[in-house]
Design a protein around this ligand. Structure first.
Ligand SMILES: Cc1cc2nc3c(=O)[nH]c(=O)nc-3n(C[C@H](O)[C@H](O)[C@H](O)COP(=O)(O)O)c2cc1C
Length: 395
């Protein structure tokens, strides 16, 4: 069957299509950063400043971008990152994205703050690789119960996100009247009415089936309907999280344990000491703490510090196949993609998510050939020039 492109030839096109389809408040929540959005900009500047160094005459006629991650083969060197709002972007968007990831042959990470329950997503995407992400709630025993649900649903990896002990500052959400959980105001009602495809395709569809969107992974008393609590009283934040939580999870969780939101080499070492299997070097796509260094620039230090004790994944700002290749060349085991697949799902559900992943696949394949490599293992440090060798990252 011919793949539908939706007119998206790259991820930036997909983002533009998502912008048109979604209410402004929702799109800004799904796309923007926090505070002055310096980190969002710097994530891109850093990736752009790393240069590729091709080798030639290597016979690249047979190329393969498979990797083995945690002992399991996958078709591309990427993972779909957890994004809490995909179920607001598309009706049961978590199922759509899980199926898209399964079709692309990569893991899908479901966020705990989803609109669809983990058991339902696991059942709807058989044959896929399901990972589960969560934040620790102030009542840890409730989080541990959720972890048990993820285990029983068959999640193969658990991601503990540690970079958000308090809610981030996102003024545009307040300006747009967009809060999580959602609250109807005159302004955002007009915004929603101006986007009938989203209104009927997503919101009305929920209202007619399962009712107003709610956090289906949360215990019943915390499943606040979209429209209940003002931002800042989020049930998610727990400012007391600490390394004992990782040690405790190690005892509770029998499969792969991943700590997400690492930005310091010593924290990666701590994660290894606490028994984690992997870290995700991430500044949350520039959405939590502004003015942080682009994770791609921290990657070499982390790899050196952990010395192969754990798997190292990186994310934040990856929009092109060439970005993924740069991270692999520096030694990352895989790359997580947040907004790319999310925006694809916002445009056309499963098919849109798959289109986004296929864009990355085609670009990775092309770049591999052009730098003279036929497999991911052949992509090495010799294929990139870091900014310090190439001039500083532009201010
Ligand atoms: C709309 C949105 C919601 C997100 N929700 C979560 C979440 O619930 N948990 C989490 O660990 N990360 C969350 N993230 C961060 C992503 O997992 C990932 O780290 C980030 O998007 C990577 O950067 P990129 O979007 O530039 O690819 C979210 C990101 C976006 C854009």
């Amino acid at each position: 069957m011919k793949e539908e492109t939706y007119g998206a030839w790259n991820i930036y096109d997909m983002t533009e299509l998502a912008r048109r389809r979604l209410p402004k408040g929702l799109f800004e929540f799904m796309h923007r950063g926090n505070d002055d959005e310096i980190a969002v900009r710097d994530n891109r500047l850093a990736l752009d400043a790393i240069k590729l160094r091709p080798r030639v005459l290597r016979d690249v006629s047979k190329r393969n971008q498979e990797i083995t991650l945690f002992g399991k083969k996958q078709k591309m060197p990427v993972i779909v990152a957890p994004t809490g709002s995909v179920g607001l972007a598309w009706y049961e968007g978590e199922i759509a994205l899980a199926r898209a990831a399964a079709a692309a042959g990569v893991p899908y990470t479901m966020a705990s703050s989803s609109m669809t329950a983990i058991e339902k997503v696991a059942a709807a995407a058989p044959g896929g690789t399901l990972w589960f992400q969560f934040y620790m709630w102030p009542d840890r025993s409730l989080s541990h119960q959720l972890v048990a649900r993820a285990r029983d649903a068959g999640a193969e990896a658990l991601i503990f996100t540690v970079d958000t002990p308090v809610a981030p500052g996102r003024e545009y959400n307040l300006r747009n009247g967009f809060t999580i959980p959602f609250r109807f105001t005159r302004r955002n009602v007009l915004d929603v009415l101006g986007h009938p495809r989203w209104l009927f395709g997503v919101l009305v569809r929920y209202l007619l089936t399962t009712g107003a969107p709610r956090y289906m992974n949360f215990p019943p008393h915390m499943q606040t309907r979209v429209g209940a609590l003002p931002m800042g009283r989020s049930v998610q934040s727990n400012a007391s999280i600490n390394w004992d939580d990782v040690r405790e999870l190690r005892k509770l969780w029998p499969r792969k344990l991943i700590v997400k939101g690492i930005q310091h080499p010593q924290d990666a070492v701590m994660a290894a000491d606490c028994g984690a299997d992997a870290v995700v070097i991430s500044n949350h796509g520039g959405r939590v703490l502004d003015s942080t260094t682009a994770p791609i620039l921290i990657l070499p230090e982390v790899l050196e510090a952990v010395n192969k004790r754990l798997t190292v994944i990186v994310d934040s700002g990856f929009r092109r196949g060439s970005d993924v290749v740069k991270a692999l060349a520096l030694g990352a085991d895989a790359v997580m993609l947040g907004r790319g697949p999310l925006h694809g799902a916002a445009v056309a559900g499963e098919a849109g998510g798959l289109r986004a992943l296929n864009i990355y696949r085609e670009e990775i394949d092309r770049v591999m050939a052009l730098i003279g490599t036929s497999s991911i293992a052949e992509i090495t440090r010799e294929h990139v020039i870091m900014p310090e060798m190439n001039g500083p990252v532009p201010a």
